[in-house]
Design a protein around this ligand. Structure first.
Ligand SMILES: *[C@@H]1O[C@H](CO)[C@@H](O)[C@H](O)[C@H]1NC(C)=O
Length: 262
């Protein structure tokens, strides 16, 4: 009896020994094994985490780079949260490194631009969060290969130009967050590959009321119920959130001229 007790104590010590200081093991709402290492001062993945982990949370840590291959020790990785770190760039890879990764959170980092094929390491992404960085340039190929991507979060960046074909590699896109950028023009036929994006956030951009806005205006007429604004978790449909910025004094006249063309 005493031996059994000793054995039990020993066993529980061994399983406690596997825990990593600064991280808490639990499960997400879908029962995936999760490690929550929030604000624990890590600049790299600590050793000792279970390889069966599917959800890795590192918000508010000190990662200053994103090494795709360092996550390969978790062959079933589903979600990586690096919100609030110091990642300055993401690197394209020649082949998929993390094919099981579905959710990637890189909000509030130091990203400034995203090269072609930025996310070729993880072609299975369904949700990609890049809000609150300093992203100022995107290309037609930034999101190449993300055929399953449903949610793309790009709000609160410095985006000025929407590349003409940026949405073409994203046939599954359902929610697109673009608020709080510096976008003035939506390219003609921007949504042509997939006309309907059910949740579209376009507010707080300096939309210019020139004839080049013709496509956006026609698009909004057709899909006005898909345009939303949010306040924390609250969302509401509000097509009026897309307002003109410059040039104010010519606004009325230009609208008339352009409407005549439609
Ligand atoms: C992770 O842990 C932090 C506290 O350390 C907590 O505030 C946060 O809600 C946890 N995250 C999840 C998704 O459970």
């Amino acid at each position: 009896m005493r031996h059994l007790l000793l054995l039990l104590i020993l066993l529980s010590c061994v399983s406690m020994g596997a825990a990593v200081a600064g991280c808490r093991s639990d499960r997400d709402k879908d029962h995936r094994p999760r490690e929550n290492c929030t604000a624990a001062g890590f600049s790299d993945i600590p050793v000792g985490l279970e390889p069966t982990t599917k959800v890795l949370l590192f918000p508010s840590n000190l990662f200053s780079s994103l090494s795709w291959s360092s996550f390969q020790v978790f062959p079933e990785i589903y979600e990586i949260d690096l919100t609030g770190n110091k990642v300055p760039e993401v690197t394209p890879t020649a082949s998929p490194i993390l094919p099981t990764l579905s959710v990637l959170r890189l909000g509030s980092n130091h990203l400034t631009s995203l090269p072609d094929g930025s996310f070729s390491a993880c072609p299975g992404l369904t949700e990609l969060y890049l809000e609150n960085n300093a992203i100022n340039s995107l290309s037609d190929h930034t999101f190449s290969g993300l055929t399953k991507l449903e949610i793309l979060e790009l709000s609160s960046n410095h985006i000025k130009v929407l590349p003409q074909s940026m949405l073409h590699p994203l046939p599954a896109i359902e929610t697109l967050y673009l608020e709080k950028n510096k976008i003035s023009v939506m390219p003609d036929e921007w949504f042509s590959r997939k006309e309907e994006v059910p949740y579209l956030y376009l507010s707080a951009n300096p939309w210019a009321c020139t004839c080049s806005l013709g496509y956006l205006r026609r698009y909004l007429d057709d899909y006005e119920l898909n345009v939303y604004v949010r306040d924390g978790p609250e969302i509401k449909s509000e097509v009026e959130s897309v307002v003109c910025d410059a040039p104010r004094q010519h606004k009325e006249r230009r609208e008339k001229v352009c409407k005549g063309k439609m």
